[in-house]
Design a binder for this molecule. Structure first.
Ligand SMILES: [Zn+2]
Ligand SMILES: [Zn+2]
Length: 223
């Protein structure tokens, strides 16, 4: 099915290098994906010596308990995420969902909750890329209504990092209690983590016992 979609949408060429490929990405591009590896803070997935909880997470513990990211947000991960989010390349969703599935450790989860879009943005975009990715993870645990976005903040892109947290404060709401639930929150990219922090705060206020982030790509600080 994936091959069929790839051929329909991409005409048998690799999405990245445009060389011949029967899949979305040719073998070479697939092997060069910027996989996130090495010693990472378990809480925020940024590099941290000995994979210990990093200084930032110790000083100011985030509302989420753990983060798993499949890729670093470098080329071509950024191009793939961007094409799914802004260009309607929905055939990328199963590919990215499968990558994320492969990165996620065995963890008992009760619900998979994609980061919601506001109703207005959902109408204008026509789909929520986080939902499209999460569809390919869920073993019947996808819960798209557990958290809703009732407030349209300015897009986070382009805002200074310290303003992003204020920008999303109070943007989400849980319509139902989540007493004791272990929740995985799915998004395409984690940059400062401000949006995921606010989602986790909202889920925990609704009673969630544990909140982990599952993201396709993690923006790393410049090295
Ligand atoms: Zn290629
Ligand atoms: Zn950390």
């Amino acid at each position: 099915m994936r091959d069929l979609l790839a051929n329909l949408f991409f005409g048998g060429t690799c999405f990245v290098c445009r060389g011949g490929s029967r899949e979305l990405l040719c073998t070479a591009c697939r092997s060069e994906l910027p996989r996130l590896a090495g010693e990472l803070c378990p809480r925020c997935a940024l590099p941290s010596p000995a994979a210990a909880v990093c200084g930032r997470c110790l000083a100011e513990p985030p509302a989420y308990d753990a983060t798993t990211a499949a890729l670093a947000y470098d080329f071509p991960a950024d191009a793939l995420v961007h094409a799914l989010k802004f260009r309607g390349e929905l055939a990328l969703a199963p590919f990215l969902g499968k990558l994320l599935s492969g990165a996620v450790q065995d963890e008992t989860i009760d619900r998979i909750v994609p980061v919601p879009l506001s109703a207005a943005r959902l109408r204008s975009r026509g789909y929520n890329q986080a939902v499209e990715i999460a569809r390919h993870l869920a073993g019947g645990k996808l819960d798209v209504d557990a958290c809703v976005r009732h407030q349209d903040a300015a897009p986070q892109t382009g805002l200074p990092w310290d303003e992003r947290r204020r920008n999303v404060r109070g943007a989400f709401r849980c319509p139902r209690p989540l007493a004791g639930a272990r929740v995985a929150v799915v998004d395409d990219v984690m940059t400062t983590g401000a949006t995921l922090e606010e989602v986790a705060r909202t889920l925990k206020r609704a009673g969630a016992a544990r909140v982990v982030n599952w993201v396709v790509a993690r923006t790393l600080p410049p090295s």
